[in-house]
Design a protein around this ligand. Structure first.
Ligand SMILES: Nc1ncnc2c1ncn2[C@@H]1O[C@H](COP(=O)(O)OP(=O)(O)OP(=O)(O)O)[C@@H](O)[C@H]1O
Length: 575
C-alpha cells in the first residue's frame, strides 16, 4: 500500500536524493578548495581565484542541498496527500455495516494523524535508507580491497548489531502501532463527547468523559515512550557495535602489524574507514526506524483500504417520476452473525401511490426495513422489489435517486437553509425550491428568516424547531423528485400546528409519490391507506385504521397508548 502511493513519486524521490547527494559532494570538496586558499596564503599567489571558487562552491552546495531537501519534503507531502485523497474518497462510500463497527473519531485520526507518519517514511526512511546502503556498499568495497581479514572482523561484529536490530525494530513498529491506536481512541473519545455535548453537560459527565480521553492520551504517551526507548537502544547499540568493531580491528590489526603481515599505514586507513562507517550505519538505523513507524501507520490505513466500498456509478441522468410500487417477499435479516434476526420472513406489498404506514413496538424492525430498502444492508434471504425489479438489479445511484429518505431525527447540516434543501439535488432551480417550500409549508418560515434561504441554520440545524427540521428534511427529500418517500416520523411531540402541517404535507405528497411512513402519531395512521403492523421482526396484521382497531389487539393497544394522541380520534378509538 505504501508503494502504491510512493510509486508515482519515485522519480521525484530519486531527484531529491540525487540533489542531496550532489550537495553533500560539494560540501566534501570544500576542504580541498580551502586547502588551495591556505596554500595561496603561504605562496603569496593570487587569492582571488580560489576564494571565488570556494564561494561559488559553498553557495552552489547550499543551493543544491536546499533544493534537494525541498524536493524531498514536497514529494513526501505529495505522498501524504495521495494517501489522504485516497482515504477521503473511500470514506463516504464505505458500506453502512462496516461504518457501524468503526468509531468516527478513530476514522478521523487515521486520515489526519496516521497519514502524517508517511511523511517521515518518505524523507528520512526511504532516502536515508537508500543513501546509507550505497555508502555502506562503497565503504565495504574499499575496506575489502584494503584488507579482507580486517573486513571479516568488522563484519563479524557488525552482524551482532544487525541481530540486535532484528530484535529491536519490530518492537518499535509495534509500539508505534499501539501509540497510533491510542491516538485513534483519543479521537473517538473526544468525538463521542462532542457529539453529545449538551448531554455530557446535563449529565455532569465532563470529568468522566475527560478522563476517558486522558487515559487514551496517556496510553499514546506510554507507547510513544516505549518506541523512543527501543529507538535509543537501536542507536546506542549501533554506536557500541562500531566501537567494538574498532577494538577488534585494532586488536587483530595490531597482531598482524606486529607479525609483519600488515602495514601500519594500512591499519590506520582501515580504522578511518571504520569510523566513516558510523555515518551510514546510523542513517540506516534511523531510516529503518522511520520505516517501522510508517509501516505501523500503513497497517492502520490498510484496514480502511481493505473495506468494501459501494460502487461509484455514474449518477442517473433521466429517471421516471411516477410513484413506484414496493414488494417485500419473505425477507430475513440480521445485523451480524452473532445477532438474533431483526426480520423473520417479512412480506407485504406497497402499491404505487398513496400512503402506507408501518407501526409496531420499539425494536419491531421498522427502521430496519427502511435501511434494507435503501440497500444500506442486504437481506440474508428473500427479496425486495421495486416496480417488480429486484433491488439488486438496479444500480445503487438509480435506486437511491428513486427513494427519498427522511430519517427520524431529520438531520439538518450546518450551513444555510438553501444548502440543506439542495443537498440531494444540487441543480434544483429557484422555482423548484419555491414549489417544494410551498408543499412542505415552509414558505412562511423562509419569509420570516432574516436572510431568507441564505440564513445559516446552525450546527445540526439547531436554529430551527423540531417540526421545521422535519419539514426541511422532507423538502430536501422531495427536491430529488423521489418515486417513493420513506419517512421515519419523529417520536418527539409536535405542537398542534406543526402536527397538522406535517399531516397535510404527507397527504399532499402521497398524492404524487408512494409514501411509506414509520408512524408514531395517530393523526398519521388514521390518514394512511393501509397500515402494516410489525411485531418482533414479523408482520402481524395489515389493514386500515378502522379494521385494525377492531381486529388486532396489539394495534388497539398501540393506538391507545403509544401514538401521540389527538383527543378527537382518541374518543373514536375508545368509542
Ligand atoms: N445498526 C444496528 N446494529 C445492530 N442491531 C441493530 C442495528 N439497528 C437496529 N438493531 C436491532 O434490530 C432490531 C430492530 O431495530 P429497528 O431499529 O428496526 O426497530 P424499530 O422498529 O425501528 O424501533 P424504533 O421504533 O424504536 O425505532 C432491534 O432489536 C435493534 O436493537
Amino acid at each position: 500500500m505504501l508503494l502504491t502511493h510512493i510509486r508515482p513519486q519515485k522519480w521525484m524521490l530519486v531527484a531529491g536524493g540525487l540533489l542531496g547527494f550532489v550537495g553533500g559532494m560539494a560540501g566534501l570538496a570544500e576542504p580541498l578548495v580551502a586547502k588551495t586558499v591556505i596554500e595561496a596564503f603561504g605562496s603569496g599567489g593570487s587569492l582571488a581565484g580560489p576564494i571565488v571558487l570556494l564561494t561559488v562552491l559553498v553557495l552552489c552546495g547550499a543551493a543544491i542541498s536546499a533544493a534537494g531537501s525541498y524536493v524531498l519534503e514536497r514529494t513526501a507531502e505529495s505522498i501524504v496527500l495521495s494517501a489522504r485523497l485516497g482515504l477521503v474518497g473511500r470514506m463516504l462510500r464505505l458500506r453502512v455495516h462496516d461504518v457501524d463497527r468503526l468509531k468516527p473519531g478513530d476514522l478521523l485520526s487515521r486520515v489526519t494523524a496516521d497519514t502524517t507518519l508517511l511523511r517521515a517514511v518518505c524523507t528520512s526512511g526511504v532516502t536515508n535508507g537508500i543513501t546509507a546502503v550505497f555508502m555502506l556498499i562503497g565503504c565495504v568495497a574499499l575496506m575489502a580491497a584494503m584488507d579482507p581479514v580486517l573486513l571479516g572482523v568488522t563484519l563479524g561484529v557488525l552482524t551482532l548489531i544487525a541481530a540486535i536490530g532484528l530484535f529491536v525494530f519490530p518492537r518499535i513498529g509495534r509500539a508505534t502501532a499501539q501509540a497510533q491506536m491510542a491516538l485513534g481512541e483519543m479521537g473517538a473519545g473526544l468525538d463521542r463527547a462532542l457529539q453529545a455535548f449538551r448531554t455530557v453537560k446535563a449529565s455532569g459527565a465532563e470529568a468522566r468523559e475527560t478522563e476517558a480521553v486522558r487515559v487514551a492520551a496517556r496510553e499514546a504517551w506510554r507507547r510513544g515512550v516505549t518506541a523512543a526507548r527501543w529507538s535509543a537502544i537501536a542507536g546506542t547499540s549501533t554506536w557500541l557495535g562500531v566501537q567494538l568493531a574498532f577494538l577488534a580491528v585494532l586488536g587483530v590489526g595490531g597482531i598482524r602489524v606486529a607479525n609483519g603481515s600488515l602495514e601500519i599505514s594500512a591499519l590506520i586507513a582501515f580504522l578511518l574507514y571504520l569510523f566513516y562507517l558510523t555515518g551510514p550505519i546510523s542513517m540506516l538505523v534511523e531510516g529503518v526506524t522511520q520505516l517501522q513507524t510508517g509501516l505501523a501507520a500503513v497497517t492502520r490505513l490498510r484496514e480502511i483500504e481493505d473495506l468494501e466500498t459501494e460502487p461509484l456509478d455514474e449518477p442517473v441522468a433521466e429517471k421516471e417520476s411516477t410513484p413506484a410500487a414496493l414488494s417485500l417477499r419473505d425477507v430475513h435479516f440480521h445485523y451480524g452473525e452473532d445477532r438474533s434476526p431483526a426480520l423473520h420472513g417479512v412480506s407485504f406489498e406497497v402499491p404505487a401511490g398513496g400512503m402506507t404506514a408501518l407501526v409496531g413496538p420499539s425494536g419491531a424492525g421498522k427502521s430496519t426495513i427502511f435501511a434494507l430498502l435503501e440497500r444500506f444492508y442486504e437481506p440474508a434471504s428473500g427479496s425486495i422489489l421495486i416496480d417488480g425489479r429486484d433491488l439488486t438489479e438496479l444500480p445503487l445511484p438509480e435506486l437511491r435517486a428513486a427513494i427519498g429518505y427522511v430519517e427520524q431525527d431529520a438531520p439538518v447540516l450546518a450551513g444555510s437553509l438553501r444548502e440543506n434543501l439542495v443537498f440531494g439535488a444540487p441543480g434544483a432551480t429557484d422555482a423548484e425550491i419555491a414549489e417544494v417550500l410551498r408543499r412542505t409549508q415552509l414558505t412562511d418560515l423562509v419569509e420570516r428568516l432574516p436572510e431568507g434561504l441564505e440564513t445559516a441554520v446552525g450546527h445540526r440545524g439547531q436554529m430551527l424547531s423540531g417540526g421545521e427540521r422535519q419539514r426541511v428534511a422532507i423538502a430536501r427529500a422531495l427536491l430529488r423528485r423521489p418515486r417513493v418517500l420513506l419517512l421515519d416520523e419523529a417520536t418527539s411531540q409536535l405542537d398542534a400546528v406543526n402536527e397538522m402541517r406535517l399531516r397535510e404535507v404527507i397527504d399532499e405528497v402521497a398524492g404524487e409519490t408512494t409514501v411509506l411512513v414509520i408512524a408514531h402519531r395517530l393523526s398519521t395512521v388514521t390518514g394512511a391507506d393501509r397500515i402494516v403492523v410489525l411485531e418482533a421482526g414479523r408482520v402481524r396484521a395489515i389493514g386500515t385504521h378502522a379494521e385494525l382497531v377492531s381486529g388486532d389487539a396489539l394495534y388497539r393497544e398501540l393506538a391507545t397508548t403509544q401514538f401521540a394522541a389527538d383527543s378527537e380520534i382518541m374518543t373514536s378509538v375508545e368509542g
